[in-house]
Design a protein around this ligand. Structure first.
Ligand SMILES: [Zn+2]
Length: 288
């Protein structure tokens, strides 16, 4: 069943008989909430977006996979972070719950982003605990809950589930990147948190299919996957979760957010890949 929470998310149900695959796009939202009140220039705040990723994977329901997408922007609150990944520096009062900042938070890109990019603060003010709580309750938690509910439902019906967490990455790294600044990235980076969020055959299969289309693929370097693949992935229990990062210069002018001529070719190749992933999952479910 399709679900839609305006401004927050859409869950598209399979349009044909279901296969045990779930796709999600947590960072492609472009609906900027009225209470965001950022001070940085809009084009810099927008660098956080995985713009158009939900379009690249739009074919998923047509292959029988569910597809969840966020509508809110990542810089407002990041669905791919843990709830306790709070940046105390952003707040005008102490956070009343547990605070376990990740390495991402120290770079200003935790649950609520503080920095739009190195040297550029998002806000000219502190945030209240109440407004952060509202973002968590209204945007972040519904996204994570509906993803887990969808994955669990598929797992219950099929015994196994494969989840693909869809992202895009800037073509070249900057100062806060794990690999240091100025490095041109591969076309695709697959992240399974060093082999812990899905069985190795899934990562190897997806890497092989993408390489067969002529792209350069890296594994877990520089992106291993963060909270959503960690939350979903439990290969011993039949829940396989893989992050796919695609290089923005294959389809986007990242400065203007205008699609380039490469978009349609990349979308066609990703559509082929979605079909292959669904075939992979179907084959492994029939013999389960
Ligand atoms: Zn992303």
């Amino acid at each position: 069943m399709n679900r839609r929470i305006p401004g927050v998310l859409t869950l598209e149900a399979p349009a044909v008989p279901e296969v045990p695959v779930v796709f999600d796009s947590p960072h492609s939202g472009t609906v900027y909430p009225d209470d965001f009140d950022y001070a940085a220039p809009e084009h810099i705040v927008r660098t956080g977006e995985d713009t158009y990723v939900e379009e690249l994977y739009a074919a998923a329901p047509g292959f029988g996979a569910a597809f969840l997408k966020a509508h809110f922007p990542r810089a407002y609150i990041d669905a791919n972070r843990a709830t306790a990944d709070i940046d105390q520096e952003l707040l005008d009062e102490p956070w009343p719950g547990p605070v376990t900042p990740s390495i991402k938070t120290t770079s200003g890109i935790g649950l609520i982003w503080r920095m739009a990019r190195p040297g550029c603060s998002i806000y000219a003010r502190k945030l209240t605990v109440a407004e952060v709580k509202t973002r968590i309750d209204t945007y972040h938690q519904p996204y994570q809950h509906i993803l887990m509910e969808t994955v669990s439902g598929v797992k219950q019906r099929f015994g196994r589930v494969w989840h693909v967490n869809c992202h895009s990455m800037p073509a070249v790294s900057d100062e806060r990147s794990p690999e240091g600044a100025g490095i041109r990235r591969a076309d695709f980076v697959l992240g399974d948190r060093d082999g812990t969020t899905c069985a190795p055959d899934f990562t190897a299969y997806v890497a092989g299919e993408i390489r067969a289309m002529g792209y350069r693929v890296a594994l877990n370097d520089p992106f291993k996957g963060v909270e959503l693949v960690r939350m979903v992935g439990a290969p011993a229990e039949g829940r396989h979760s893989l992050q796919i990062e695609v290089n923005r210069d294959l389809f986007l002018d990242d400065a203007t957010k205008v699609k380039t001529a490469g978009f349609e070719k990349l979308k066609a190749d990703i559509t082929t890949l979605i079909g292959k992933i669904c075939d992979f999952a179907k084959a492994r479910t029939e013999i389960a």
